[in-house]
Structures are given as C-alpha cells and as structure tokens.
Design a protein around this ligand. Structure first.
Ligand SMILES: [Zn+2]
Length: 319
C-alpha cells in the first residue's frame, strides 16, 4: 500500500489534521475550533492527539504514514523547525513545534509557513500544475505568499521569504500596518485595510447604498460586506474594490520585476470579489509593465479551495 501523508493546518480559528494521498486527495480529516485560546504546549499536545486519533480511526499504524507536514500561520525558522512569531495565536515565540511533535512519532516531521504550504498545493495539484516556477499570493485578512522557483519552494535565509504583504506600495498611506510601518500593501489592500478604506471614502463624500445597522461602526467592514455592496451596485464598495485591486496590481508588478515568473496565482478570501477585481488587478499590472513583458505571464485565481493549507502541508513531504 502506498504510504499516506499527514497534513496539519494550524490556523487562527481552525485546526485541521488530515490524511492525504500522493494525488492530493484527502482520505480523512478532523477539524476543531477549540484550540485558539490555548498556549503553544497545549496546542502541540492537541495536534499530537488528533494525529493519533486519525491513525486509529482509519485502522492504520504510524508506519503507514510517510511523515507529518505542519503549516503554521506566521514566521518560522525552517531549518530548526521553530515558530518565530504569529499574530493569529497566543505565544509561539521561538517555539520548537517540529521537535515537540516529532518527539511523539518515529516518522519525519516538517514545519513551514501556511502560505508556503498553500503555494505548494497550487503547484502540485492546483492552478500551478505543469509550471516550474510560480508566485502564490493569498489576500484575506492579511497577505501572505509562497515562491516556487525551478520546482522548489524558495524560503530565503530564515524561512520568511515571500512576505510581500510588508512591501511598501504607498508611503503616503497613513494607515499603520501590523508590522508598524506605513504604506505596506497589507495596510492598503486586504481585510485589515477595509475599515480604513470605508471611512476614508465616506469622508471623501462617496455615499454607500448598503443598509448599515443602527449600531454600525467601521470595524464591522469586512470582505463579505463589500461583496454585498458589489452585488447591489454600491458605489462605495466598488471604489474600495478598485483601490484594493490597484495596490495588488502594483504588488503583482513588483513581483514580476523581481522574479519574472510565468504564473502568479491569487488566492484568499478577497478573491471572492471575482472578475471585476481580477480584471482591475491585471489592468493595473499591464499599465505598469507595458512593453516590459517579453513572454506570456498569467495572473489567475487559485483553484485549490479551503483545504489548500492542509493538502499543501501534507504535500511538502513530497518536495
Ligand atoms: Zn507591514
């Protein structure tokens, strides 16, 4: 029997552990939501317990697994298997998560950033199949990315390569990013930026046709509200989508100039804004790249879906 891959997708709200075959199909998975308030040692124990539960309910033994791949929502030092920082969970500062899990098994354990895992999933099984190099950009509450160069994930010196969210696209933007700088694309064009953009555009005099609740405050503005606005033709929502798309277009252009990749995949929650958004991203990119495009570059939407982090973490064992 072909050995299965075990993937762990550790997120801020959801923790999934799954058995995945080498074609990227999930054979079984367990998802829990009660981990978020716990500290790093308790979460490591929970991951270990869930993996054993999965092994047992599938009547397998540890030796039926090729290894365990863990995707983490924050910075990791890849070679040591340490987590460095995260804004989605408590603790995890310089925590040896890979070793903590590996101590309880006799199979290889890998730890990587969750956007790297998602990028690898797209490369192996999704929109990146058949490509040797690609950049994957995920745009939801924050912005993350994974870089595949010549069939390999590029991780940089520490393991934190691909933090395009903190590249600066507008130094005049006064919205402070989670990193403390002004003008990062993460402060301009993802979920974190939407309350600021809604307020800014309202103050500029753009009226919304959205029916807002009586107790409305700007912190309630998220991708779903703007999507609702898009559906009813709300001019304020449209203006926000255009501004976000323009900054992502600038980011895609910067990525193009650095890597010259044949493919850039956009994933994450805000891509639900659909064709109007993607078209605007491509338009901004083309305006900037003009006659500097010598070979075809594709800017496409992710196809891997909400299990990309889980499948990708497992697939890292095939790298
Ligand atoms: Zn930043």
């Amino acid at each position: 029997m072909e050995k299965l891959l075990c993937g762990v997708d550790l997120g801020g709200t959801k923790l999934s552990v799954g058995l995945v075959n080498t074609n990227g199909r999930i054979q079984d998975k367990i998802t829990v939501y009660d981990h978020a308030g716990k500290d790093e040692i308790m979460i490591a124990d929970q991951i270990i317990r869930l993996i054993w539960q999965l092994i047992s309910q599938n009547e397998l033994s540890e030796s039926d697994l090729r290894g365990i791949g863990i995707g983490f929502p924050g910075h990791v030092r890849y070679r040591d298997g340490h987590t460095l920082t995260t804004s989605n969970l408590k603790g995890f500062k310089n925590f040896p998560l890979r070793q903590a899990v590996a101590d309880k098994f006799h199979i290889p354990v890998l730890l990587d950033n969750d956007a790297n895992a998602q990028a690898f999933c797209e490369y192996k099984f999704g929109a990146g199949m058949g490509y040797e190099s690609l950049i994957f950009l995920t745009i939801s509450t924050g912005i993350g990315a994974g870089i595949i160069l010549d069939k390999k994930l590029y991780r940089g010196m520490t393991g934190t390569a691909g933090e395009f969210g903190h590249t600066i696209v507008n130094s005049d933007n006064k919205q402070i990013c989670t990193c403390g700088n002004e003008g990062c694309v993460m402060a301009c064009a993802c979920g974190l930026a939407l309350p600021y953009l809604f307020k800014k555009k309202s103050e500029q005099g753009i009226k919304t046709t959205l029916a807002l609740p009586a107790d409305f405050n700007y912190s309630q503005v998220d991708g779903k509200l703007i999507m609702k606005g898009l559906e009813i033709g709300d001019p304020l929502s449209k203006a926000i989508i255009q501004e976000c798309a323009d900054y992502i277009g600038i980011t895609v252009y910067n990525i193009f100039q650095i890597f010259n990749p044949p493919l850039i995949i956009l994933g994450g929650g805000l891509t639900c804004w659909g064709e109007i958004y993607l078209t605007r991203v491509r338009k901004k990119f083309n305006e900037l790249a003009r006659d500097m495009i010598f070979d075809k570059i594709e800017i496409v939407e992710s196809v891997a879906g909400c299990d990309a982090g889980l499948i990708g973490a497992a697939a890292l064992l095939l790298e």
